[in-house]
Design a protein around this ligand. Structure first.
Ligand code: BT5
Length: 314
């Protein structure tokens, strides 16, 4: 992302930055700086101006700020859209075009957001909808474990930032109590031995109204206040980096033991459906490949993919 007046203001949020300094750094006139400040104010930035001191950002609007994300995380370039079909689809195009690892696509709203198996993902303004590219050097069979990397990252983030305990419904949903707050969708491209790229798509209901209030929930309703989506995104990316380090080291035990600890699926009687086939049983564990281990009438079933329905309340 090209440097802009905003970059200098955000880099120095605790102090005032002079128009002259910014103009000098960017090679533009002071009038051009002042014009850009007016534009930013029109976009909802609260910028304090002081004679002889310069400018300081007091607060920013509820939009994702690529400059801030690039500065505060190890992810980027950040490509930001007001509206897009799906950040996953765009990230896949970028991956095919050779974009580097950790390229991040984020959109204020998606018109064709997608869940798994082509299902619709409702993505109005106010939510956090983003995708990024990774190229893990590992066997394609390990790719589903990235669901747990992402789920752990979201769960740890909301615990750290808001003190909320969420649970993970195998394999890719984050629930608050019995309502879905977040979904994760991976796009994987590989041959039999090697992963070419993986797109990690994460959707979190944040400041938006959730699509079906009895089944879904937004963070703003859990904490009863609006959420700073930039801080939320920064923290999820940070935690992702840490969880991904376990994965890259092959330390699946550390990764999965946290996932198991937040699982709402282990111990439940479930039906797992995949492409028209159902398996029913009590969930004993999530194994080291991330598969669900079910037991039914003394027989053990290992299920690698599917949708879980809980058959009995806890
Ligand atoms: C998921 O699929 O839960 C994965 C969702 C991933 C969305 C992100 S947003 C950024 C990136 N770009 C994309 O296009 N996608 C990713 P799945 O397990 O198949 O669940 C889909 C089901 O969740 C739908 O059939 C609905 O029942 C429900 N659903 C749809 N929109 C929702 C929302 N905003 N919040 C909670 N549940 C929703």
């Amino acid at each position: 992302m090209a440097k802009d007046v905003l970059t200098y203001l955000l880099d120095n949020q605790d102090t005032y930055v002079s128009g002259e300094y910014i103009a000098h750094k960017l090679g533009i006139t002071r009038q051009a700086v002042s014009k850009r400040i007016t534009q930013l104010k029109e976009q909802g930035f609260d910028i304090d101006s002081r004679t002889n001191k310069g400018y300081r950002v007091v607060s920013y609007p509820d939009v994702i700020l690529p400059e801030l994300i690039e500065r505060e995380t190890s992810f980027g370039p950040v490509v930001h859209f007001d509206t897009i079909d799906s950040t996953n689809i765009h990230a896949r195009k970028c991956a095919l075009d050779g974009s580097p690892e950790r390229t991040l696509i984020v959109a204020e709203e998606q018109k064709a957001g997608r869940g798994r198996l082509g299902r619709e993902w409702v993505s109005p303004k106010g939510g956090l909808w983003f995708s990024f590219i990774i190229r893990p050097r590992c066997n394609p069979a390990s790719a589903p474990l990235i669901n747990f990397v992402a789920a752990n990252a979201v769960a740890k983030t909301v615990h750290d930032l808001y003190g909320i305990d969420v649970s993970m419904k195998w394999p890719n949903d984050i629930y608050y109590e019995d309502r879905k707050m977040c979904g994760i969708a991976l796009l994987v491209s590989s041959d039999t031995d090697l992963i070419h790229y993986l797109v990690v798509g994460i959707g979190i209901n944040v400041n938006n109204d959730p699509p079906q209030p009895t089944h879904t929930v937004s963070l703003k309703d859990i904490v009863s206040r609006p959420i700073d989506r930039n801080s939320l995104l920064i923290s999820v990316l940070d935690h992702f980096k840490d969880e991904y380090a376990h994965f890259e080291r092959g330390d699946y035990e550390t990764l999965l033991s946290y996932s198991r600890s937040i699982s709402n699926t282990i111990g439940r009687f479930v039906r797992v459906s995949f492409l028209g086939r159902d398996v029913v049983g009590k969930v004993r564990d999530i194994n080291d490949q991330g598969a669900l281990v079910l037991e039914h009438d003394g027989t053990t079933h290992v299920v690698y993919a599917g949708d879980v329905d809980f058959l009995r309340p806890l």
